[in-house]
Design a protein around this ligand. Structure first.
Ligand SMILES: N[C@@H](CCC[C@H](N)C(=O)O)C(=O)O
Length: 276
């Protein structure tokens, strides 16, 4: 089968984006993995499949597949690319778009400068909603990793995150412990492992070892989760600039029960076709 795709990126977190509105697309896990493979396919961290609205009240559905072929609930950098994609492809003229994901409805808005602001929904903290195995909700949890105990905030911003505050992200054991946290037995559906360094109350540095993709240059939901965790732990104000290896995101959160907002860039890199 010949497949047309658009390669996009948000802060270097890269995507193969597929138009499932004009033609139905169903790919096997094997085909998804091949598409994402950087040697044998196109190469990307996630594949985004844009589909027609499944019900009234939303404009589209967008599905997210990690590079390992697993379908997941949410993707922040992907949400900004999704918004640019549906505009560039002429699928909508709306600048504020309601889109259904597995992790809930989110609302990206195209800004005048080409950046995109996204209402990412309300963060959740109950262990069962993440899902995380714990007797009760807590501000932080002691997680045993490779014989050491790590203090983590655990929350869902549509998808699951375990966030540690570290002194220096460059020295954090992202490559060594990230995979162990991702598959830790207390996370039955695995987890994204974030490492955040607080520079001051309005600036942080962040690295994320993503579930199903490994460390990426940036993770949008990881940035939301890190800021929410930092605010809850009394270390951050409500508006924070998050610096990642791929660039900067702005995150805003006014507190429990309120949505988290993310603003950042999104870009088309090239169009292509592949036999899959
Ligand atoms: N890169 C994304 C997150 C993609 C999904 C994540 N790896 C998961 O498995 O939940 C982002 O920008 O949020």
């Amino acid at each position: 089968m010949r497949l047309r795709f658009t390669k996009m990126q948000g802060l270097g977190n890269d995507f193969v984006v597929l138009d499932g509105v004009r033609q139905p697309i169903a790919l096997s896990r094997e085909q998804l993995r091949r598409l994402a493979d950087r040697h044998f396919g196109v190469g990307c961290d996630q594949i985004l499949l844009v589909e027609p609205a499944p019900r009234p009240g939303v404009d589209f559905r967008y599905r997210i597949f990690n590079a390992d072929g697993m379908e997941v609930e949410q993707c922040g950098n992907g949400a900004r690319c999704f918004a640019r994609f549906v505009h560039e492809k002429g699928l909508t003229a709306k600048r504020e778009i309601r889109v259904e994901t597995r992790g809930g409805v989110i609302t990206p808005r195209l800004e005048g400068d080409g950046w995109v602001t996204v209402d990412m929904g309300v963060p959740r903290f109950e262990p069962g909603e993440i899902p995380f195995l714990a007797e009760r909700r807590s501000l932080t949890y002691a997680l045993e990793v490779n014989g050491a105990v790590r203090e983590v905030s655990v929350l869902s911003v549509g998808n699951p995150h375990a966030v540690q505050i570290v002194d220096d992200v460059d020295a954090a054991p992202v490559e060594q412990e990230g995979p162990l946290i991702e598959r830790h037995p207390r996370f039955p559906q695995r987890v994204n492992a974030g490492y955040v360094q607080v520079l001051d109350r309005r600036r942080v540095r962040l690295r994320v070892y993503e579930r199903g993709a490994g460390e990426t240059l940036a993770c949008g939901t990881g940035a939301c989760a890190a800021v929410v965790a930092g605010i809850q732990r009394g270390r951050l104000d409500s508006e924070v600039a998050v610096s990642t290896r791929g660039g900067e995101l702005r995150i805003r959160w006014e507190g429990e029960g309120r949505p988290v907002w993310m603003t950042g860039p999104a870009e088309t890199v090239f169009e292509g076709e592949i036999e899959i």
